[in-house]
Design a protein around this ligand. Sequence first.
Ligand code: COA
Length: 393
Amino acid sequence: MSTTGSTIVDRGLEGVIVGSTDLSNVEGQIGRLTYRGYSIDDLAQNACFEEVCHLFLYGRLPTKSELQQLQTELATHRMLPEPLVMAMERVPATAWPMDVVRTVASGLALFSPVNPTGTHVSDEHTAIELIAKMTTIVAAFDRIRRGLEPIEPRHDLSHARNFLYMRTGEEPSDSEAEALDTYLVLLADHSFNASTFSARVTASTKADMYAAVTAALATLAGEAHGGAPSAVMKMILEVGQPKRSETYVREILARGARIMGMGHREYKVRDPRAKHLEKMAKQLGETSNSRWYKIARALEDASQKVLQEQKPGRKIFANVEFYTAPTLAALGIPDDEFTCMFACGRIAGWTAHILEQLADNRLIRPQATYTGPEVHPFVPVELRTNGQQGKRD
Ligand code: COA
């Protein structure tokens, strides 16, 4: 918070309540996250991603037949319109995956019937379509940029299993499919985080769900939000071996940089999702590259030691992104696609928030304190000199 003249300005809206939601509750002081009242701990261990989608979109966990119905609808929507696949084939292989995902997701609107106001129907079925297709976009571009043909989605596989199948053409092991499913559950929603807020702002203008999801994707990309896990992986690779962790952390802080995957605007304790991701990273590491998990673990310990020493009282702990990096890397996902994977989980929350916003909408339009020049006369172009523009004579 800062003060401009006599006005108090909340830069970053920290602690400011701008709306209400039934979808998820972040209790940052005690490190608890719940989705519609269910603890993330219970959901991560017992529910699949599709059950969580139902919980968000229809207000309660599904019965067995409702779950089957939702899984069938998701499977029906997995295929992408052919022109969008062709467009991805024309994109340079060096394109940043998140730019491709944002652009292609936006392009889905072009294949949806448009109403006279230039918008598209935005309901639970639109949400299911977007949830289904997000993973197909990510898997298709992953193959295209490796010079491979995209693999058509299968109807008989779960959401997580089908995604891993579309990347390689082989069915993943149960432990891989379960790990990805748990990851998607953990990432599915987080109250009014920046990308969700962005989606709600866009929806509040009565733009449609495709537009609001595109805004959310754009907002997710930054390293203060969903862009962090790629940077965590970079750190892990640079550290190279656990015993170098402390020196590495000291070097980062000495040059005034931040330790990626550490710190959170809401959590003042360790992020409650971190323990589940750590467990998965460890388990997956036993069958693939355990070095990454071991380095991550050593980095977390070193970060805690050095941060407590250099920034006492700041409460900077591992956030969701920290163990996302070794988890996704162990699943064979390249680090520049980590933010895309975040989007594959968060799309469940984004779409539910958009529906919640539309159900009781009010245009979100805050104010700003003006700090520019006072009102002054306009100077015609031929009379302007350097240094005079925008200033009083
Ligand atoms: N490494 C080192 N110091 C950190 C830090 C980190 N990861 N995160 C916060 N800090 C320090 C800041 O340097 C600042 O210290 P100072 O008071 O000495 O200047 C203090 O903690 C408060 O930082 P601030 O930026 O005001 O906190 P915030 O609530 O805005 O930050 C994040 C939240 C997530 C943006 C921040 O923790 C961060 O940049 N983390 C790294 C990126 C990341 O993991 N992003 C994913 C978030 S889920």
